[in-house]
Design a protein. Structure first.
Length: 197
């Protein structure tokens, strides 16, 4: 009886333990593994994802942002800068050029015109005056001298001739008077001589 009881108990216990352990281990392992795996996975995934995402996102974002920003900025800046620079440069250049050109041109033109006019006028006036004066003087002198000489010569000749003629007439009359007086005196002398004889 004892042997049979022991055998029965050993079989029973083995079956019971096997069933109990199988149920217990299945429940325990399922709970343990679920908790362990959940904790492990949460930790692993958090670490992995944090590292992976940080690296991935940093690389991705850097590449994406660099490409996006380069394209965006290139397009935006090209359009913006073209419009802004065109407006700014047009306004700036118009103001700058107006001020610069007004100052520069006033100084440059004053210096240039003074030098140019001095040289030009000196050359022009020298040539012009030489030609003009030569022509003018030749014409003027020819007309003036012709008129002057004609008037002068006519007056001079008339005065000269009048003086010359008056002197000539005076000489003639004087010589005539002398001869006449001489003849008269001779005549009277002859008559007196005849009477005395």
């Amino acid at each position: 009886i004892n042997y049979n009881l022991n055998l029965f108990l050993s079989i029973y216990l083995s079956i019971y333990l096997s069933i109990y352990l199988s149920i217990y281990l299945s429940i325990y392992l399922s709970i343990y593994l679920s908790i362990y795996l959940s904790i492990y996975l949460s930790i692993y995934l958090s670490i992995y994802l944090s590292i992976y995402l940080s690296i991935y996102l940093s690389i991705y974002l850097s590449i994406y942002l660099s490409i996006y920003l380069s394209i965006y900025l290139s397009i935006y800046l090209s359009i913006y800068l073209s419009i802004y620079l065109s407006i700014y440069l047009s306004i700036y250049l118009s103001i700058y050029l107006s001020i610069y050109l007004s100052i520069y041109l006033s100084i440059y033109l004053s210096i240039y015109l003074s030098i140019y006019l001095s040289i030009y006028l000196s050359i022009y006036l020298s040539i012009y005056l030489s030609i003009y004066l030569s022509i003018y003087l030749s014409i003027y002198l020819s007309i003036y001298l012709s008129i002057y000489l004609s008037i002068y010569l006519s007056i001079y000749l008339s005065i000269y001739l009048s003086i010359y003629l008056s002197i000539y007439i005076y000489i003639l009359t004087h010589t005539f008077n002398i001869r006449l007086n001489h003849n008269i005196s001779m005549y009277f002398n002859n008559n007196l001589d005849i009477q005395y004889d």
